[in-house]
Design a protein around this ligand. Structure first.
Ligand code: GZL
Length: 312
């Protein structure tokens, strides 16, 4: 905190003097693990002392971690908030301690004066890109869709659902017949897809799967194959993240489309923090990362090779 005051007063702090607390959700998906790897690399590059806390998907562990960072007097806090609500009190404590907080990859319902900036994709847009792909792919043909939602109450689960449903509006051939959380994990994604298949005549009644992340899609692909159906043809598969394994599935014809989410949220976050600490230049409240659609037409085998090394 002393460093911060000096920085705010004299603009002297350089990243090398900084101690930053990072409250990470857990390691529920390949994308999350890559974000952790890249955040540690970005901190290392800048000579930052990063205090890492894994919350094992529990909000109370994130709140405990933030209180511990505040007690330690860290210079700043990064947090990927597991759910969108319940942050006002601890974010106010950080604000009172003059410790800037940056949100990574998920947003919170708190007022935006309780955090410096949020580095996220446009989560609603991601859902709508996935939905538009399915509208085009089905071209008016009747298609029953099942949906694997992300973690209940998380901003990606809320927003990706919203965007997808918006894209389907007016296309009555597409109907979401089942929707349930798979908690962003492969295991749960497989389990829930098994229940969808059983409930829908062994999957004969299902034409497409929309999964809020690739890991649930990869789990579901396994379940579809075990039910004796061909993922990617009997049941179309569209998801989000663009992790290497979804490109492997695409190359095998078992998945059809994914929307890319960069796991390097920390780079833009730490650049914004640096500018704030050096010259008091406050960043915009939202630093938006890109969302790009990939399909089987994008040489998935080549993209797999390219992505494999990038922190995953
Ligand atoms: C989205 C991010 C999501 C990823 C999942 O911004 O919060 O969390 O899409 C991860 O893979 O679990």
């Amino acid at each position: 905190c002393a460093t911060i005051l000096a920085a705010c007063t004299f603009g002297t702090a350089s990243a090398a003097d900084l101690t930053i607390g990072f409250s990470q959700i857990g390691s529920e998906s390949g994308w999350r693990a890559a974000e952790t790897t890249l955040t540690k690399q970005e901190a290392e590059k800048r000579g930052i002392d990063l205090k890492f806390a894994d919350a094992q998907q529990k909000q109370e562990n994130q709140i405990k971690a933030l209180r511990s960072f505040i007690a330690q007097g860290v210079d700043a806090i990064l947090i990927a908030p597991v759910v969108a609500t319940g942050w006002d009190e601890v974010l106010t404590e950080a604000k009172d301690a003059e410790i800037p907080v940056i949100l990574l990859d998920r947003t919170v319902d708190s007022k935006d004066d309780l955090y410096l900036t949020a580095v996220t994709s446009d989560l609603v847009h991601e859902g709508s890109v996935a939905g538009k792909w399915l509208v085009d792919a089905t071209a008016g043909k009747a298609c029953n869709v099942v949906e694997l939602q992300g973690t209940t109450g998380s901003s990606p689960a809320i927003d990706r659902k919203k965007g997808f449903e918006e894209a389907l509006k007016g296309n009555d051939n597409l109907k979401i017949i089942r929707s349930q959380t798979g908690d962003f994990t492969r295991t749960k994604g497989k389990e829930v897809m098994e229940s969808f298949l059983k409930a829908e005549d062994g999957g004969k009644n299902i034409c497409a799967l929309y999964a809020h992340n690739d890991d649930m899609a990869v789990g579901a692909i396994q379940a579809i194959k075990e039910a004796g159906l061909k993922p990617g043809t009997d049941i179309l598969v569209v998801s989000i993240d663009a992790v290497p394994d979804i490109f492997q599935a695409m190359a095998a014809g078992e998945a059809n489309a994914t929307v890319e989410l960069t796991p390097n949220m920390a780079g833009p976050a730490l650049d914004a923090l640096d500018a704030f600490l050096k010259d008091g230049k406050a960043p915009p409240k939202w630093i938006q990362t890109e969302s790009k659609l990939y399909t089987q037409a994008d040489d998935p085998a080549k993209v797999y090779e390219e992505k494999k090394g990038l922190g995953y």
